[in-house]
Design a protein around this ligand. Structure first.
Ligand SMILES: CC(C)(COP(=O)(O)OP(=O)(O)OC[C@H]1O[C@@H](n2cnc3c(N)ncnc32)[C@H](O)[C@@H]1OP(=O)(O)O)[C@@H](O)C(=O)NCCC(=O)NCCS
Length: 151
């Protein structure tokens, strides 16, 4: 198997495949149309390939002073091989290059895999949003990573 951990910037040609990945991973997936946002100046996204197919992706919106991670998803067959970390590191590097002060995200409170990924990258739990998610209903943890100490 050929793994390519080098994340590439997402572009319009990736959107159908990324929407397929979203549908595999989430109960309320982003459509290809909605994912177009990640190809605009308001946001950034990265994809990683395995055997020529998109195995992972992540997106981040730019807000004043802050990057807001929209989602990170790894194909179920490609998990625990470092793709999630590769995509997250690309988003963090991009936020540093854009001189943002912090990165924020929401994650399902029961999502131990994602919480583990984010904690290892230096995110901490800053709060909770009650019943933030639907299908199934669940609280979100708000996680933050400060980029100030990295400067
Ligand atoms: C969460 C997710 C992105 C992790 O991607 P991944 O490629 O499997 O993760 P990596 O192999 O890069 O692992 C990086 C770290 O994440 C944590 N992690 C990943 N999977 C984990 C699991 N099943 N249980 C506990 N920790 C886990 C570990 O800390 C791991 O570091 P380690 O391998 O040194 O122990 C992946 O499981 C996924 O796509 N889940 C479904 C979609 C989702 O929930 N996305 C997050 C939305 S906020």
């Amino acid at each position: 198997m050929t793994l390519d951990y080098q994340p590439q910037r997402i572009d319009i040609t990736h959107l159908e495949a990324v929407a397929g990945l979203e549908a595999l991973c989430f109960s309320e997936p982003w459509s290809a149309e909605a994912l177009k946002l990640l190809t605009t100046p308001d946001a950034v996204g990265y994809v990683c390939f395995s055997n020529g197919k998109i195995a992972a992706y992540g997106g981040m919106l730019y807000a004043p002073f802050e990057g807001q991670i929209t989602n990170i998803a790894v194909h179920p067959k490609a998990r625990r091989q470092g793709f999630g970390r590769a995509v997250l590191n690309a988003l963090i590097r991009n936020a540093q290059e854009c001189d943002l002060e912090q990165i924020a995200l929401e994650v399902r409170a029961s999502n131990a895999a994602a919480i583990g990924l984010y904690e290892k990258a230096g995110f901490f739990v800053a709060g909770k949003r009650k019943n933030f998610y639907k299908n199934p209903a669940e609280d979100a943890l708000v996680m933050l990573k400060s980029l100030k100490e990295d400067k």
